[in-house]
Ligand binder design. Structure first.
Ligand code: MV4
Length: 495
């Protein structure tokens, strides 16, 4: 029995390409969707068919629920995978897909809704015996009550909008006198951004590590973890380097953390792949932060050490299949690292750098995986996330995965836009990184050392521009239009 007849990939870029590849290996036909800006994007060529969904502006295309459900119906798809970002954690989308009689590859709408509310998530997960950061998640939201609670918690306190996400609208308050002003500002922002201004208060942890547990749960009551990932190397809530296993965990702490992740997922009624985020303090205390009800960008490091294909497992779970293995059969081999390649300029405050890619050289070799959504000629626009690709390396131990990453980064070439490659190279070469001394303030702490750029030689850029121009001539008549032939042509644009 095939899992599904056809799967619609409701996303773009590297994750759409990556999903199409697993589906092809499974013998599952795919439909890509594209906005006007993505007519020629790589992900449209990796799928079996491609459907236009609207203008470049994400709100009118990749975020347009009706356009996506309509594309699924018209193309005869019976399943929809949202990827990450865009509508992946949107309960209304999960609901609309189900209402159209299609399978949603992710948890049910009710789980998205429950976990999208910090107040409700803290109460539910804390109630299940999982440690949450000391704080306040009560219904009484009067200013005086919140001030009292902040005093009880002790300074510094973090104010978090209950309906926010990804660090948006949060504020750290260090003294009693600053609290009323910060609260008012949080309320104003949350009211206009999320339409609800309830706040959660938490003790602010200084320079914690960010460690998350990968969860896998089928529709028959089996809930497993696939170990942890450490994602402490980030800036402004944008992750840059991730790895597994976390250098901060002892086997005993890992077992408790992963068990807490499973307990949180069970309490949430979780089905499909998900992630439970924790903060870890230097004393080894961990606290539940939030649950991500989607596949994560950094899932390949988990795949590298467990040997599993998370997208395949997600699809099988959505089709109602029981997991074919138990917790005892999950183990991590060696160490994996991921570096995110962004079209951003570290020397210009990490500002996005749009443009046309003139040349891309992806690294390869033993233990090297390159997940990209780009090729020479790709347009990097202003409408979407500037992440171009992920470079993942595996080694028998952390030292070997770092060595392979340093080599892979040295052989990665992107011409045409400014990227963070020089910063990635500097991070993996940094003594503190190599020593595993990670925390969420790492990049800011070492900013000067991590910001010395190395621009590619102007001659190389000029040559790449000329080569791209020549390759854009029409292909000779009679060249077959299959994707394989396209690969052989190495970028010839077919008529
Ligand atoms: C915190 C915190 C310290 N203490 N909560 C930022 C995004 C959101 N998921 C939660 N975040 C934080 N919550 C308390 N009580 C520090 C952060 C935080 C952070 C968390 C994970 C990864 C990177 C981060 C970077 C800055 C702040």
């Amino acid at each position: 029995m095939p899992v599904f007849h056809k799967l619609l990939i409701a996303n773009r870029g590297e994750i759409a390409v990556r999903m199409a590849r697993t589906c092809r290996a499974m013998g599952l036909p795919t439909v890509a969707v594209y906005s006007d800006a993505d007519r020629d994007a790589l992900h449209t060529r990796e799928a079996d068919e491609a459907v236009a969904i609207g203008p470049a502006e994400a709100r009118l295309s990749y975020l347009a629920i009706d356009a996506l459900v309509d594309a699924a119906r018209r193309s005869g798809a019976d399943a929809v995978h949202p990827g990450y970002g865009f509508l992946s954690q949107n309960a209304d989308f999960a609901e609309a897909v189900a209402a159209a009689g299609l399978a949603f590859v992710g948890p049910p709408a009710a789980v998205h809704r429950r976990m999208g509310d910090k107040q409700a998530a803290r109460r539910l997960i804390g109630g299940a015996g999982v440690p949450v950061v000391p704080g306040y998640d009560g219904d009484d939201q009067q200013d005086a009550r919140l001030l009292d609670e902040a005093r009880r918690i002790g300074w510094p306190v973090m104010i978090k909008p209950s309906h926010g996400g990804g660090g948006k609208g949060m504020r750290v308050v260090r003294t009693h006198d600053d609290f009323p002003g910060a609260l008012a500002a949080c309320r104003r922002e949350a009211g206009s951004a999320f339409g609800a201004d309830a706040m959660v208060l938490e003790r602010f942890l200084e320079r914690p590590r960010h460690v998350e547990v990968q969860i896998l749960a089928d529709a028959h009551g089996a809930t497993l973890h696939l170990l942890e990932r450490e994602c402490s190397i980030q800036r402004r809530h944008q992750k840059v380097v991730e790895e597994t296993p976390s250098p901060a965990l002892t086997p005993e702490l890992r077992q408790r953390l992963c068990a807490a992740g499973v307990a949180a997922a069970r309490a949430a009624g979780y089905v499909n792949a998900g992630t439970v985020e924790f903060l870890l303090d230097p004393a080894g205390h961990f606290y539940f932060l939030e649950m991500n009800t989607r596949l994560q960008v950094e899932h390949p490091v988990t795949e590298a050490v467990t040997g599993l294909d998370l997208v395949r497992l997600q699809i099988e779970i959505a089709a109602g299949r029981p997991l074919s293995f138990g917790q005892a059969e999950v183990s991590g081999q060696g160490h994996a690292l991921e570096c995110r390649l962004y079209a951003e300029d570290p020397e210009n405050d990490d500002l996005p750098s749009p443009g046309t890619l003139l040349h891309v050289s992806a690294p390869s070799g033993p233990g090297v995986r390159f997940d990209g959504g780009i090729a020479a000629g790709s347009e990097v626009g202003v409408h979407y996330d500037p992440m171009l690709a992920k470079i993942v390396t595996w080694g028998r131990d952390r030292r070997e995965s770092i060595e392979r990453m340093a080599d892979a980064l040295s052989r990665t070439v992107v011409l045409g836009v400014v990227t963070n490659l020089a910063r990635l190279r500097a991070i993996v070469a940094h003594p503190a990184f190599q020593a595993g001394e990670l925390h969420t303030g790492f990049i800011d702490q070492h900013l000067a050392e991590l910001t010395r750029g190395a621009a590619p030689p102007a001659q190389a850029v000029a040559l790449a521009a000329a080569a791209l121009h020549l390759s854009r001539r029409r292909a000779p008549a009679g060249v077959p239009r299959s994707p394989d032939a396209w690969d052989q042509l190495g970028g010839w644009r077919l008529a």
